[in-house]
Design a protein around this ligand. Structure first.
Ligand SMILES: [Zn+2]
Length: 272
């Protein structure tokens, strides 16, 4: 069945929302940090910005056109799981965004479980600090390797252009939030974590301990970690060291070294 498509979220609206969120989190990180920073924030953030800019280049050049085309294809044909649901459009949109979030959880598990993807995902994890800039610090190779996964997500779920842009905006807002180094009011955070992954929860995933690697891997809803028994809480941030023991020296963390990291022989990341 062919049908007209609802328009996607305009890029200026997503960009304005995300920029506002980023500036608010940056102000809070300076005022109410959750963890002490291991190196000057300006230096880390500058390095992360370069890694993020390369990843953004790949996203714009490769992922965005592929994803937009497939979403139009899936949308006009009412393709995929969410597209076929006999529900009103708002309910289908919620289902599609939730399924995109769930399949990102699966992608994140794969990034830790498969040696090829881990070579690239390790670049995200060697950061010894954790703040909003870490959320965008993905190796350009990881972005490119994720394109076939994104294509499969869109075709299997039947994500329309509107649903795709809703998910992209929510996804970015969520990962920038839960990587941020912001100490939220404790009672507010305890309620919020019932629904979405919060900074202290995701901090556990970035700890330098092997037994915590498969913790709080969701990029949005806490539900996926609860369902897969990877939800972990109750570990004070002061007791965590962020990063990977095998890559903890200054010399391992220069911009040039981390960009080359996926193409070198790999260390056991959690071994001292
Ligand atoms: Zn990870």
């Amino acid at each position: 069945m062919m049908r007209p498509l609802a328009r996607p979220v305009p890029p200026w609206l997503s960009a304005t929302l995300l920029a506002t969120e980023g500036l608010a989190l940056l102000a809070l990180e300076l005022r109410r940090p959750l963890r002490t920073a291991p190196e000057p924030k300006v230096r880390r953030d500058a390095r992360n910005a370069v890694i993020a800019a390369l990843a953004l280049g790949a996203t714009t050049a490769v992922e965005a056109p592929v994803a937009a085309r497939l979403a139009r294809f899936a949308g006009v044909r009412r393709w995929g799981i969410a597209g076929r649901l006999p529900l009103p459009a708002p309910a289908r949109a919620i289902a599609a965004v939730a399924l995109m979030d769930y399949t990102m959880y699966l992608w994140h598990v794969l990034a830790h479980r498969t040696s090829l993807l881990w070579r690239f995902h390790v670049v995200h994890h060697v950061d010894r600090g954790l703040d909003a800039s870490t959320a965008l610090r993905f190796h350009v190779g990881e972005q490119i390797l994720s394109v076939p996964w994104r294509a499969a997500q869109i075709l299997v779920i039947g994500t329309t252009p509107l649903q795709l842009t809703l998910w992209q905006t929510a996804f970015l807002a969520s990962i920038v939030f839960h990587h941020s180094n912001v100490r939220l009011p404790a009672r507010f955070e305890r309620v919020l974590r019932l629904l979405i992954i919060t900074p202290p929860l995701h901090g556990i995933h970035h700890a330098d301990r092997r037994e915590l690697e498969y913790s709080n891997l969701s990029s949005g809803l806490t539900l996926w970690d609860v369902l897969h028994r990877t939800y972990r809480s109750g570990i004070a941030q002061e007791r965590l060291t962020i990063g990977l023991p095998a890559y903890a020296r200054d010399a391992d963390l220069t911009l040039r070294r981390v960009l080359a990291l996926p193409f070198e022989s790999q260390r056991d990341a959690f071994a001292d």
